[in-house]
Design a protein around this ligand. Structure first.
Ligand SMILES: Nc1ncnc2c1ncn2[C@@H]1O[C@H](COP(=O)(O)OP(=O)(O)OP(=O)(O)O)[C@@H](O)[C@H]1O
Ligand SMILES: [Mn+2]
Length: 911
């Protein structure tokens, strides 16, 4: 039925004779009492013999007795109908068919078509007098959950979740089982699933468009301009061109098939059917076709209302006619009727409203299949007398109320008023998920270990967390930093953001944890398997490069050359070596002679040449200090930061490692100190920006293009200058792959991320099975964790020293990118091996307990640099926070590895 009218609307809307049709419709909806009486009589007549078109339509796709039910001759046109049905939207129709099949099953097996037929029709017209509203009522009439479900399905226009179908069917089955009369729901279900979107759109359009038409709007559809519908639901109509085509087909079928029409007054009232038949066929034929449609519609309506109609209901039906003369009157009529039903019916009234949203099918069914109960129900009577608009308004009102209630419930849920435990669980899960990501851990591997640490760490955050860490957190709230412990959570969670700090602000100050236990362990050998006394003894067996290579510094050797020759087996420079400062000074002060782009690596670097063969590796400034790592950047695609190189050198020195080459900051004149001195290849990449600044981009794999150019500001360019490594002989450095190297693949994980016993594996492989190297890697992990550098894929050593030498701390451009995030996975070597150098732990405890925190030491050291302040304050604060995290992790590690269980770390890891 609805299909027919939609078809007509779509196919014939363009040729409607509006005036004539309007007149007819007015006639139809505002008939004279005589006409009404005539109509009533005719309805009664028809209701005795006719069945519902709606029912028949449902049966159609299945083809089970549908034609005979419809009273349609078996013909090709019927196949057309089937074509149409399937063609609208294959999947929805599949759903429709399945629903229909189910329904038919019920129908045939239990109720029989006769029982089912009227019931399926009644709800449509009983609410609105316009069958299409049924599809609108359906979502409204569902429970909120169902409604939601329905909505989501409907949004996927061409996709019907089979589970959902099943659910719907089961639901229907259940509903049916509960109350066989509710089988009318199936009809609605079909309405819903059958070209859902279009149907859903109709009532809205109808509602919007309804000016000038009265409540019984069955025919309004014909007049509804196609354009309007498309404007409201253009997506749907546009995305289904076959829809219109099939509608047309169906319309043709309507036209071709002579329907056994009954002549009645209503037929005379029909609007001209050019609307229905666009191809301007002879009037008579049109009239015939029109009749068909009308009759069927009327049948639907009559079937619903007539058979056991009580006088009261009849009256109610007739009631509205006078009210339709004007809006005011109409409203008055409605109000009067409402009042006449009195306050006793108020509950029922609400029921009506809720019926549209919750039990519409039930109610409708009550009104239809249980005819007597329906017809005697004054609410139903009132409903029938209501105009479409009024019904819609009520429906909408009810929906709004329901939605408001839902919203309230939802908000309560959100605030954790209800199901707080669920909420917490959820958050926990998310955090775990992120933990997984952050550690890159898979399964119970290294990630599991890290997770274990994090969990324990977090648990202790309030009781044994460091004061400084929390103080830092409080101090850096504006930046969103978290306490050391919470930062661990942040590290695991992916980002310790302002939210974390927000929660910290409410905490009481935590007494400073001096890690007395760790200090005790330093003095005893009890935990020597964890805290290893392996400080490089620089006083013994520590030859310089000069000694190794049998080179002597010339009389006029530069500071750098002398520095290089004094590099020893165990460190780059001595603790008291003043040559470092001389080297730094040279790089800052000496005039630049030549600029060449450095080959190798992924990002732009320049080799700066000074007089006397002094060289420095320059990384130009790209961002301001407070530019953080972009969230979607991998550690290997993150921009390099020149200030990170400077800071890393200072940190390395403060930590007492002395494995990083001296790095200084310097501001150059891009024109006179780079452009005019640049080698040819680099020169080719220079250009003048729109703001007339001189820029260049060089050639490299990342960010060496016009959009990532390095520009003078206006003519100045800041950079980091690292003292050049010695190159006294070719291949004097050995390149090592870092055992805890990351995968450097967007999707793959490294073995250490998934293998809990990864450290045991490493321990067995030279050079990590013996000597200092493994401890050096622990130092490197501590160092990298403090700077937040995840980009430690390789390291280098001086070949000449063999394996018993230190790894160079090179390439720190990707450190100091996320001051509010502590990347625990960088600590993986320490956590997985449960190993730390005693000397390193001493330093960390020193930073933690004073006299000066690391941030201050760093700040003081960095203040000597020409481009000071080198670090954004949050990065300095992060250093203290991370110091606390490392200490806590060592404490945790010690607890997991009691004395006498030397291989405890592995055992624990695997558990
Ligand atoms: N101070 C230095 N003196 C001489 N050579 C250096 C110095 N620092 C680094 N190098 C060399 O230059 C190479 C590239 O340097 P670096 O790793 O800093 O650049 P990068 O662009 O970050 O490389 P990648 O993208 O591979 O990490 C290093 O592998 C090292 O061999
Ligand atoms: Mn790098």
């Amino acid at each position: 039925m609805s299909l027919a009218s939609r078809t007509n609307v779509k196919s014939g809307g363009s040729e409607v004779d509006l005036r004539q049709r309007n007149a007819s419709i007015r006639n139809l909806f505002a008939p004279t009492p005589a006409e009404l009486a005539k109509k009533k009589e005719a309805r009664r007549e028809r209701s005795r013999s006719q069945s519902s078109f709606s029912l028949q339509r449902i049966g159609l796709p299945d083809g089970i007795g549908s034609r005979s039910q419809m009273g349609l001759p078996s013909s090709n046109s019927f196949d057309d109908y089937n074509d149409y049905a399937l063609g609208i939207n294959q999947l929805p129709m599949t759903a429709n068919q399945s629903a229909a099949r189910q329904y038919n099953g019920l129908d045939n097996n239990e109720l029989g078509p006769s029982n089912y037929a009227p019931a399926s029709v009644i709800p449509r017209t009983s609410h609105n007098g316009w069958h299409q509203s049924a599809s609108f009522e359906l979502p409204m009439s569902r429970t909120p959950a169902e409604h939601k479900n329905w909505k989501s399905t409907s949004q996927l226009e061409n996709f019907i979740n089979s589970n959902e179908q099943l659910q719907q069917q089961q639901q229907k089955q259940e509903e049916y089982d509960q109350d066989p009369e509710q089988d009318t729901c199936v009809d609605f279900g079909n309405e819903m699933t059958w070209g859902k979107s279009a149907e859903k759109s109709l009532p809205l359009n109808h509602h919007l468009q309804g000016v000038g038409f009265s409540g019984d709007d069955q025919w309004d559809l014909d007049l509804q301009p196609l354009e309007q519908r498309e404007s409201l639901h253009s997506q749907r109509t546009i995305t289904h061109p076959s829809y219109t085509r099939n509608l047309l087909k169906f319309s043709e079928w309507m036209e071709e098939e002579p329907f056994e029409a009954e002549t009645s007054a209503e037929q005379e009232e029909l609007p001209p059917d050019r609307v229905l038949y666009p191809d301007s066929e002879p009037e008579e034929e049109e009239a015939g076709s029109r009749r068909r449609v009308v009759i069927r519609r009327r049948i639907v309506r009559t079937t619903r209302t007539t058979p056991q109609q009580t006088a009261a209901v009849d009256k109610a039906i007739e009631g509205p006619s006078p009210g339709r003369n004007g809006n005011g009157e109409r409203n008055l009529g409605w109000l009067t009727r409402l009042r006449s039903f009195g306050s006793s019916n108020r509950k029922n009234q609400a029921g009506v409203a809720s019926a549209t949203s919750q039990h519409g099918n039930q109610l409708a069914n009550t009104g239809g299949n249980g005819n007597s109960s329906c017809n005697t129900n004054p609410i139903m009577a009132v409903l029938r007398t209501m105009k479409l608009k009024e019904r819609l308004v009520i429906s909408l009102g009810a929906t709004l109320v329901l939605l408001t209630l839902l919203l309230i419930v939802d908000v309560q849920m959100d605030f954790g008023v209800a199901n707080r435990h669920l909420l917490q669980q959820q958050h926990h899960k998310i955090r775990l998920g992120n933990d997984y990501d952050a550690t890159g851990g898979g399964g119970g591997g290294g990630g599991g270990m890290l997770h274990e640490f994090k969990r324990k760490f977090l648990q202790k955050s309030n009781s044994s967390g460091s004061k400084e860490a929390s103080t830092q957190a409080a101090a850096s709230q504006s930046g969103g930093a978290a306490s050391g412990q919470d930062a661990a959570a942040g590290a695991s969670g992916g980002a310790a953001g302002p939210g974390t700090s927000g929660s910290i602000s409410t905490r009481k100050p935590i007494p400073h944890d001096r890690y007395a236990d760790l200090q005790r362990h330093l003095l005893s050998d009890e935990y020597s398997h964890v805290i290893v006394d392996n400080a490089p003894d620089v006083a013994r067996d520590n030859p310089t490069l000069a000694e190794m290579l049998h080179r002597k510094a010339s009389a006029n050797a530069s500071n750098l050359e002398r520095f290089q020759l004094r590099i020893t087996k165990k460190e780059l420079y001595g603790e008291q070596d003043t040559l470092v400062d001389a080297v730094l000074r040279d790089m800052i002060k000496l005039p630049i002679q030549h600029v060449v782009q450095k080959e190798g690596g992924t990002q732009l670097k320049l080799i700066i040449e000074y007089p006397n063969d002094i060289k420095a590796l320059m990384k130009p400034m790209r961002f301001p200090r407070d530019q953080q790592t972009l969230p979607n950047h991998f550690y290997f695609t993150d921009y390099e930061r020149h200030n990170a190189e400077i800071a890393a050198f200072h940190l390395d020195r403060i930590l007492g490692f002395r494995r990083a080459m001296p790095v200084a900051g310097r501001t150059l004149n891009i024109t006179t100190e780079i452009y005019q001195l640049a080698e040819e290849n680099l020169l080719k990449t220079f250009f003048v920006s729109p703001s007339l600044n001189l820029c260049f981009h060089g050639k490299c794999s990342y960010y060496c293009d016009t959009s990532h150019a390095i520009c003078g500001n206006p003519d100045l360019l800041e950079g980091s200058f690292a003292a050049f490594l010695p190159n006294f002989e070719s291949g004097n450095r050995k390149l090592w792959r870092h055992p805890w190297r990351r995968s450097y693949h967007k999707r793959k994980k490294a073995q250490w991320e998934t293998d809990a016993n990864y450290c045991a594996l490493v321990r067995d492989i030279p050079p990590y099975d013996d000597g200092r190297r493994l401890y050096d890697l622990m130092d490197m992990a501590v160092f990298d964790f403090l700077t937040g550098n995840m980009d430690r894929h390789h390291y280098e050593t001086f070949k000449v020293y063999g394996n018993e030498t230190f790894p160079l701390h090179l390439d720190h451009g990707r450190g100091f990118g996320r001051p509010f995030h502590d990347e625990l996975s960088i600590l993986a070597p320490v956590l997985q091996c449960c190993l730390v150098r005693k000397s390193t732990l001493v330093k960390l405890l020193e930073f933690h307990n004073g006299p000066k925190p690391l941030s201050q030491l760093m700040s003081e050291s960095l203040s000597l640099d020409p481009v000071s302040p080198v670090l954004w304050q949050p990065h300095l604060e992060a250093l203290d926070r991370r110091t606390g995290i490392i200490l806590q992790s060592i404490r945790d590690c010690i607890k997991r590895n009691p004395p006498g269980d030397v291989d405890g770390s592995e055992t624990d890891l695997s558990s």
